[in-house]
Ligand binder design. Structure first.
Ligand SMILES: Cc1ncc(COP(=O)(O)O)c(C=O)c1O
Length: 429
């Protein structure tokens, strides 16, 4: 048995009518879903902007939005308008941001295996920072240095050896993984020497680390800073970036455990001070999910309800692992509610599954929904604004959903729904 969906999982502007109908940005969620179809990613634009502003206020000008969480032209433009830099993890993400009009100097390029073509792209466009992840990448940059581009400003991504408490595939601070240069093993020092050597073709401006994602304990960052500081301080560099990973609540049990941006910033600043890092060092963070996750919900249509006596009830929706692969990938939890009555008690235990040809196409393993759920209902899963649409795929040739932004009672499509023709646009006979 569960109560009504927790408001902290929902976009900031969510309200309910006396009958429980759910409104986001002043619009009725059911009406929007009827108008634009399902499955639908529905974003509260005010929420996105407010989170950007809160991050900027808390952390200062060193904030870069981790765009892998959610990126499209409208999002890149919004983030830029709000004054954040943008962290891109490929030339494709960089291309998207540039096409949205974001100045190249505002981009930070990541990636553990940037190709020569991607690095050339970054150099030609004048991308603001490149976060170097390997010695091979430094060699590539040295070779490209002779081609007349201004020297790129680079940060070195180091592995501090911190084991963050999160899913194995979301932890990136420990030694045994593909990202970064080990401080303990000496690779980070070797990379610094190469950067500073003759003909490196780069200007080393800082150190970067990222310990993982969906982190709830600010102490993980404090620990990281304490470990990185003895390596960082003697280098005398002007920039230190502690990465992203600030947690977002996906399920009710998580809503009270999430620090605010101000609390994260206080813990990070305290750790920086205690570690003896100079006050003039520019501190950077790269929040992704903590900006985008709770700004959105996915709205589905219930297609079948199957009750297996003495086993369970399966509720099938018209999407699944193609629009949200996170449950299958990480075992991530979500909650569900019916937007036609968002204040209803959720007393019926069900398993919510998608429409894909996979037994593992389970969206919510043990969900609670209102007792009167029926075929044809609209069902929403909150907190799907990060790593939802960006991880969406066409498995079983399902067209990817539309993305709609709602603001001041106006809903607009920012990414249209794919058509069957879109599915074949790369094919030839
Ligand atoms: C280097 C880097 N920065 C920032 C992020 C954003 O993480 P999150 O969305 O958890 O804040 C990631 C995520 O993988 C990352 O790898």
């Amino acid at each position: 048995m569960a109560g009504p969906i927790h408001p902290k999982l929902l976009p900031i502007t969510t309200t309910f009518s006396d009958e429980g109908r759910t409104f986001v940005g002043g619009r009725d969620v059911c009406e929007i879903a009827e108008e634009f179809g399902t499955p639908l990613f529905l974003y509260d634009e005010h929420h996105l902007r407010q989170r950007c502003r809160d991050a900027l206020w808390a952390f200062g000008s060193g904030v870069a939005y981790g765009s892998k969480a959610f990126l499209c032209l409208a999002m890149a433009k919004l983030v830029d308008e709000e004054g954040l830099h943008i962290d891109v993890a490929s030339a494709g993400e960089a291309y998207t941001a540039l096409r949205a009009g974001v100045p190249a100097a505002r981009l930070v390029m990541h990636g553990n295996n940037k190709s020569t073509a991607e690095l050339t792209y970054a150099l030609e466009r004048g991308i603001g920072r490149i976060v170097v992840d390997s010695v091979d990448e430094l060699e590539r940059l040295a070779r490209l240095g002779g081609f007349g581009h201004p020297k790129p400003k680079v940060l070195l991504r180091v592995t501090p050896g911190v084991k963050a408490h999160t899913h194995e595939f979301m932890a990136t601070g420990h030694e045994d993984q593909k990202f970064g240069l080990s401080i303990e093993g000496g690779a980070a020092t070797d990379a610094v020497l190469r950067c500073r050597g003759e003909g490196s073709g780069v200007e080393l401006v800082g150190i970067h680390c990222h310990i993982g994602s969906q982190i709830f304990d600010a102490e993980s960052y404090a620990k990281t800073i304490a470990i990185v500081a003895p390596f960082f301080i003697p280098l005398g560099l002007p920039e230190l970036v502690v990465g992203g990973g600030l947690g977002a609540p996906y399920v009710e049990e998580e809503v009270d455990g999430v620090p605010t941006f101000a609390e994260w910033a206080a813990a990070i600043n305290r750790a920086v001070k205690e570690a003896g890092i100079s006050g003039v060092v520019r501190l950077g963070v790269e929040p992704g999910r903590s900006i985008a996750a709770n700004a959105a919900m996915t709205v589905y249509r219930v297609g079948t309800i199957k009750t297996l006596p003495e086993i369970r009830t399966y509720v099938s929706i018209d999407g699944g692992m193609s629009d949200n692969p996170r449950p299958a990938l990480y075992g991530s939890g979500y909650e569900a509610f019916l937007p036609r009555n968002g204040t209803a008690e959720r007393s019926r235990p069900v398993r919510i599954v998608g429409k894909h040809c996979e037994t593992g196409d389970v969206l919510i393993n043990e969900a609670w929904v209102p007792d009167d759920i029926h075929v044809g209902d609209l069902l929403a899963t909150p907190a799907t604004g990060a790593y939802g649409y960006t991880m969406a795929n066409n498995y079983n040739k399902l067209p990817r959903p539309a993305v709609v932004f709602v603001h001041d009672s106006t809903a607009r499509v920012v990414v249209r729904r794919e058509t069957y023709d879109d599915l074949l646009r790369l094919d030839s006979l």
